[in-house]
Write a protein that binds this ligand. Structure first.
Ligand code: AMP
Length: 282
């Protein structure tokens, strides 16, 4: 595995493989790798000749009061994990390398951002779409791997790819969880011990909603109330949102039908956690 820190070198390597008609699979991450990330890498490894993993904590997608400074980082650990997963190139640019000047053009996401994390994190998805556009142009992957844990991100990137005719196949991978159900996240290390014990309530509340749907409940308001009560009763976390929409359009529903997402975000003292459940209702 080779670590590359400059855009110029990354582009030189890519053009060499493109001329040999090798397929390139790309996994964008912010590092502090865990099994969720490694599942994406694994999938990319199976489906492509060359695997590029990027590690970049993108300042553009963090709000002024968010956890950019506290976001966990451990490059040496990440490098060893990437190597053991047979990554070919670890792209690890600095902020100065990615954004040497104030951008004269930014990607602005118009749809699918007025709900869920888009409404609680203004500008977040513009930052995501901007950095992903840059990465797609630098790495020119044939396939890019994203986790359904960030289901709204998947919906936004699908829109980006389609609207800008980017020749990339988006591969969306299922959520990987701890044994107690908590969705794996780099941010989990910033939970206090008591909060870590409580955090599986996010998943448990989604499972309770799933059980209610299986018993015939189709009213989104009732499901949201059920989830909110469970989180309030079983944790000290503060609910940021619990919402139900069509997926991937993210439009409101009066009655559950078609493919839907139940998504939630809960704030603990230093971390805000998200989770979701996507299902098909006949
Ligand atoms: P991040 O480093 O948090 O930006 O995540 C990089 C990629 O890994 C994103 O596409 C995430 O959706 C995905 N990812 C993060 N956690 C998980 C998880 N627990 N299961 C599946 N994918 C994940």
């Amino acid at each position: 595995m080779k670590v590359i820190t400059t855009i110029k070198e990354m582009q030189e390597v890519i053009s060499q493989f493109k001329s040999q008609e090798k397929s390139i699979g790309f996994v964008p991450t912010m590092g502090f790798l865990h099994e969720g990330h490694l599942t994406l890498v694994n999938r990319a490894r199976q489906e492509n000749d060359i695997v590029v993993l990027s590690i970049f904590v993108n300042p553009l997608q963090f709000g002024p009061k968010e956890d950019y400074a506290d976001y966990p980082r451990d490059f040496e650990r990440d490098r060893a994990l990437a190597e053991s997963e047979m990554v070919d190139f670890l792209f690890y640019p600095s902020v100065e390398e990615m954004y040497p000047n104030e951008l004269s053009v930014k990607v602005t996401v118009q749809e699918r951002t007025d709900v869920l994390c888009g409404s609680s994190r203004p500008g977040h998805f513009d930052g995501v779409a901007t950095v992903i556009t840059k990465f797609f142009n630098i790495i020119m992957p044939i396939r890019a791997y994203f986790g359904k844990k960030d289901a709204q991100q998947v919906a936004v990137i699908e829109g980006l790819i389609s609207d800008f005719n980017i020749p990339v196949d988006l591969v969306a991978v299922d959520i990987i969880r701890e044994t107690d159900g908590l969705a794996k996240s780099s941010r989990n290390v910033n939970l206090l011990p008591k909060e870590r014990q409580e955090a599986p309530v996010l998943y448990q509340s989604l499972k309770a909603a799933e059980a209610a749907i299986n018993e015939g409940e189709r009213d989104p308001v009732k499901l949201i109330t059920l989830i909110r009560e469970k989180i309030r009763n079983d944790s000290t976390g503060v609910i940021d949102y619990v919402q139900i929409y069509s997926y991937p359009q993210l439009k409101p529903l009066e009655k559950l039908e078609g493919t839907i997402i139940i998504a939630l975000a809960v704030k603990f003292s230093k971390v805000r956690l998200i989770d979701n459940f996507i299902t098909n209702i006949d």
